[in-house]
Design a protein around this ligand. Sequence first.
Ligand code: ZN
Length: 272
Amino acid sequence: MSGPGPLSLNTVTVKERWGLADCIEGCARHGIPGLAPWRDVLQAMGTAAAARQIRDAGLRVTGLCRGGMFPATDAAGRAAAIEDNRRAIAEAQEIGAPCLVMVCGGLPPGSKDLPAARRMVEDGLAAILPEARAAGVTLAVEPLHPMTCADRSVVSTLGQALDLCEALGDGVGVALDVYHVWWDPALASQMRRAKGRIAAFHTCDWLVPTTDTVFDRGLPGDGVIDIPAIRAMAEEAGWAGGAEVEILSRRWWSRDPDDVLPLLKARHLAAC
Ligand code: ZN
């Protein structure tokens, strides 16, 4: 098997430690060629300044995190979410991100109507798709582990994400995060459907025991996910964009990023 391709740093990995300017300088300093900002650090720095500094540093943007969060209690809430997603598409275009990662949203407060929430997600994606296509920014639907179905995403499996791709057509793809898809018994068969649809590839690991289902991700190699096997399936489906390391972890957020980044580079080569 070939190597894992270029590494990209997802800024959430050093959340609480580094702003976006620090991340840009840190990637350059540590020889990490890619960067995937979250909108909070992007907006804190200012999109135009960030775009300039990323370009000057010669970094490749692999995605912007995140759009989505479409379901809402009323029409005004859904319209506000759509407007915010339109702003996110413009930000992604300005920094040269090929995709906007979509965390589609959970149940609206007080609702138990899962099919309705899923319809709101599809309607929201359809509403912003013209802007995304015009901007050349792929809407990368990230299926999230079903434990987050109520509050983060009613899109839980790669199969569901691909159904959305097929229903909506060009401009919609999938963000494949090993943390969210590794458990899925249908993963191999769905990956065969994903040909040409993978827009982002996120790495980290599932620790055993895990102490927090959102904020206790491990470094690649520290958990139970067969990352090279998933990468091989992704490459079979046409993915050639390397890997974005995305570690949401209180444990790693407590460490100095200048110590963490060399570890990420080593694990990227050894365990991805
Ligand atoms: Zn992810």
